[in-house]
Write a protein that binds this ligand. Sequence first.
Ligand code: NAP
Length: 257
Amino acid sequence: MKKMEMKGRRRFEGKVAIVTASTQGIGLSIAERLGLEGASVVISSRKQKNVDEAVEKLEKKGIQVLGVVCHVSNAQQRKDLIRKTVEKYGKIDVVVSNAAVNPTVDPLLQTQESILDKLWETNVKATVLLLQEAAPHLQKGSSVVLISSIAGFHPQAAMAMYGVTKTALLGLTKALAVEMAPDTRVNCVAPGFVPTYFAAYITKDEVVRKAAEDQTLLQRLGTPEDMAAATAFLASDDASYITGENLVVAGGIPSRL
Ligand code: NAP
């Protein structure tokens, strides 16, 4: 969105938003978008240095930001994330669950049990556990957005179990929407290919990148800002009658299960 159009769009004035895995890439872009629209944002990731650098970047843009170290699979760090948020801001209005890992390119039938556990724990279970911590502080009219993936619709060979965890998030969105209604809406964004560190293996190689672009109708990769715009919409009151839905932001890549 152009700067002029952004002016006056302050949908998150007075709101408090937690975004996990938000020191770079899509998460950072979501935090920035929510912050520029008036939210006090709480960013986090595993490494203190990354947290500090991202806080500095957002503060330079005039955003009210708190940075906390939180590996989403670490129970104590999840508790700390929520406790520090509530200590500083007193409430939570938005939670964006964005963390995910893809530690293997092995075929499913050769993937070690420890890797299967890690994928499940980070990509799915940690979201539920974080929301258990956050729930007592979520306000009436609050909103949760889970970040899935186009890979959740058709898991590819080199990232099959990762894709399956992203499919699980589509179901988790529906289940949480039922359980958290009517005070909290729960929706999901499924990004297509976005050139971040996470997707470097797709987007750095010219041939693979072109193949990814060709899968889209719009003939381009997505940007972190595309994902942030969709997430901000679902988190905002513009989407106040939408819950339990999944929004595919993938330039037209087919997305049927
Ligand atoms: P990215 O640019 O590589 O950024 C990953 C972020 O997550 C970093 O801030 C990293 O910081 C943090 N992080 C990694 N593991 C974490 C953990 N266990 N706990 C907390 N923070 C952690 O990745 P991205 O492409 O933006 O991906 C963000 C989300 O979008 C993921 O859920 C991914 O599955 C989804 N997605 C991405 C694409 C794509 O093409 N990029 C497509 C579909 C879906 P630290 O290293 O400091 O922890």
